[in-house]
Structures are given as structure tokens and as C-alpha cells.
Design a protein around this ligand. Structure first.
Ligand code: AMP
Length: 138
């Protein structure tokens, strides 16, 4: 039996209403229904793909192409001073909808949202070893 379509697949197909702000051959963008701030937008792939590493080059390029355009539009409309661009990839990273999506969250200095993760210390040697391994990985 086929897996049930993700809620975003149903939005892209027009089966669930949304406030669309952009679409092209590969991607579809709409307002988040539970926004963290005014203008909080989701950009999803039109094809149902669960994780970033499974995108085609064209899908990845389309996501990259649309980000500056949407940030410009959202900044102009909301008057935001900056934004968070966030992609939760996998359940462990907080991904709730198993369909690739980028969040654009407009930010203002006084919005009270905050944003802090605890960074860890690594020595230059540890960083070098890790970078070598990543470069060598297919
Ligand atoms: P994530 O935790 O990265 O998977 O984010 C899922 C996002 O999808 C959340 O910010 C939800 O508010 C949003 N969301 C879920 N259902 C809908 C919907 N029907 N329309 C718009 N946004 C939605």
C-alpha cells in the first residue's frame, strides 16, 4: 500500500488550502499556518523528498535561487531587520513534516524569539582531521 501523502504534498497538489507566495517548476512557498513571526514562510520541494541529501541538483538549485528573492520580498513587506533561514533535516533535528522544507522566519530586534545553541570547543587538529575525512568522503 502506498505511503500516505505528506501534508505538504497535499498542499502542493491543492488538496489543502494555503497562502502561496511563490512557485516554480521545482518549489512551492507558502505562509506557515503557525508562524513564529509575521511572514514566516515555508519553501517546500514540489516532489515529495524527505531529506536534503536526497534532493536532485535541480531541486537544490531551485531552493537556493528562490531564497534571496523571498527574503527580499518578506523584508520589504514585514519591515524585518533580519531573518532566520532554518531547515530541520530528520526527526532528530526537529523535522516534523517528512518533506523537505526551509523556514524563512523574519526577525526584529524586539521580537523576543531568541536564538542560542551551546557551541562546543574543538582543537585545530580535531577540526583538520574531520575536514580531511569529509573532503575524502564520496
Ligand atoms: P518542521 O518542524 O521543520 O517540520 O516544521 C513544520 C512546519 O510546518 C511548522 O512550522 C508548522 O507550523 C507548519 N505547518 C504544518 N502544517 C501546515 C499547514 N497545513 N499549512 C502551513 N504550515 C503548516
Amino acid at each position: 500500500m502506498a505511503a500516505p501523502a505528506s501534508i505538504f504534498a497535499r498542499i502542493v497538489a491543492g488538496e489543502i488550502p494555503c497562502q502561496c507566495v511563490y512557485q516554480d517548476q521545482y518549489v512551492f512557498a507558502f505562509l506557515d499556518v503557525n508562524p513564529l513571526s509575521d511572514g514566516h514562510t515555508l519553501i517546500v520541494t514540489k516532489r515529495t523528498v524527505e531529506r536534503v541529501e536526497d534532493l536532485t541538483v535541480d531541486e537544490g538549485a531551485a531552493l537556493g535561487r528562490v531564497l534571496p528573492l523571498l527574503v527580499r520580498r518578506l523584508t520589504a513587506v514585514t519591515g524585518a531587520e533580519g531573518c532566520n533561514i532554518l531547515q530541520n533535516n530528520g526527526r532528530v533535528a526537529g523535522q516534523e513534516v517528512p518533506h523537505v522544507h526551509f523556514h524563512i522566519i523574519p526577525r526584529r530586534a524586539d521580537d523576543g524569539l531568541g536564538y542560542r545553541w551551546r557551541a562546543q570547543k574543538r582543537s585545530p587538529a580535531e577540526l583538520e582531521t574531520l575536514a580531511q575525512r569529509i573532503r575524502a568522503q564520496a
